[in-house]
Write a protein that binds this ligand. Structure first.
Ligand code: A2P
Length: 279
């Protein structure tokens, strides 16, 4: 139930872009929150930008549309605004979302990302997704899609880890040149959950530079980190279940960082990921 409440608070606070996924197991709550806010007259469906994700076990082309249809059924929505391939590698299809063999090793599955992409294009043509994109793709993987013979739609966005300690200078530049929007996940440096986060990298929000700059504007380090990305054209998807922090993370449009401050924050880049995705 916490996700239902958080999304409703977020919509009231002004958020319109909601980043979801089947594998987060809360799409039913997100869909309910959106539908309740529409029923209240607070928003219309077209005000919301919902991003859904194709999980690793669903890469074979014949699984793509049924998987999106399942997400739409859970959301109880007619379309998603953006549907993205969550990771550029596939697991064995089946009920297990993290299939492992008897030795505990992940069971991968050989698929052709270009064929998966063609199935994504078909979802757009069918009106089930307004736009299609990717996530966790590197430059070579993006190029593979973009150079695909008969490409109908290129990825509109690439969702990757992006924040002051991992600024993605090369990938950002490549995506900028090709008009692919970078959507930065973990823009606050993650929840530091040791089960999936590399916690040997220091906590982003304790950074002295971010805190000092925040002091000048009467903002928090979190707000400075978010503003930094927004100001350089990177979309941010901060996560919070706390009403006060949900609102705080939206209060980033009433100040701007100077060029000097932007450069100072860029210089914090450590080129170290929090989310290593070792699988
Ligand atoms: P909580 O849900 O309790 O607010 P990221 O978006 O980089 O994945 O970071 C999410 C983590 O950051 C969550 O643990 C979240 O906790 C916390 N968080 C979200 N907003 C703020 C904020 N404004 N200040 C400090 N921590 C925050």
């Amino acid at each position: 139930g916490s996700c239902l409440e958080a999304v409703k608070i977020a919509i009231d606070a002004g958020y319109r872009h909601i980043d979801g996924a089947f594998v987060y197991f809360n799409e039913h709550e997100v869909g309910q929150a959106i539908r309740e806010k529409i029923a209240e007259g607070k928003i219309k469906r077209e005000d919301i930008f919902y991003c859904g994700k194709l999980w690793n076990t669903c890469h074979p082309p014949e699984l793509v549309r049924p998987t999106l249809e399942k997400t739409l059924k859970i959301l109880q929505l007619d379309y998603v605004d953006l549907y993205i391939i969550e990771l550029p590698m596939a697991f064995k299809p089946g009920d297990a979302l993290y299939p492992r063999d008897e030795n505990g090793k992940f069971i991968y599955h050989e698929t052709d990302l270009c064929a998966t992409w063609e199935a994504m294009e078909a979802c757009k043509d069918a009106g089930l997704a307004k736009s299609i994109g990717v996530s966790n793709f590197n430059r070579r993987q993006l190029e593979m899609i973009m150079n695909k013979p008969g490409l109908k739609y290129k990825p509109v966005s690439n969702q990757v880890e992006c924040h002051p300690y991992f600024t993605q200078p090369k990938l950002s530049e490549f995506c900028r040149q090709h008009d692919i929007v970078i959507v930065g996940y973990s823009p606050l440096g993650t929840s530091r959950d040791e089960s999936w986060v590399n916690v040997s990298s220091p906590p982003l929000l304790k950074d002295p530079v971010l805190n000092a700059i925040g002091k000048k504007y009467n903002k928090t380090a979190a707000q400075v980190a978010l503003r930094f990305n927004v100001q350089r054209g990177v979309v941010v998807i901060p996560k919070s279940f706390n009403p006060q922090r949900i609102r705080e993370n939206f209060q980033i449009f009433d100040f701007s960082l100077t060029d000097k401050e932007m450069k100072e924050i860029e210089a914090l880049n450590k080129n170290v990921r929090y989310v290593e995705l070792l699988m």
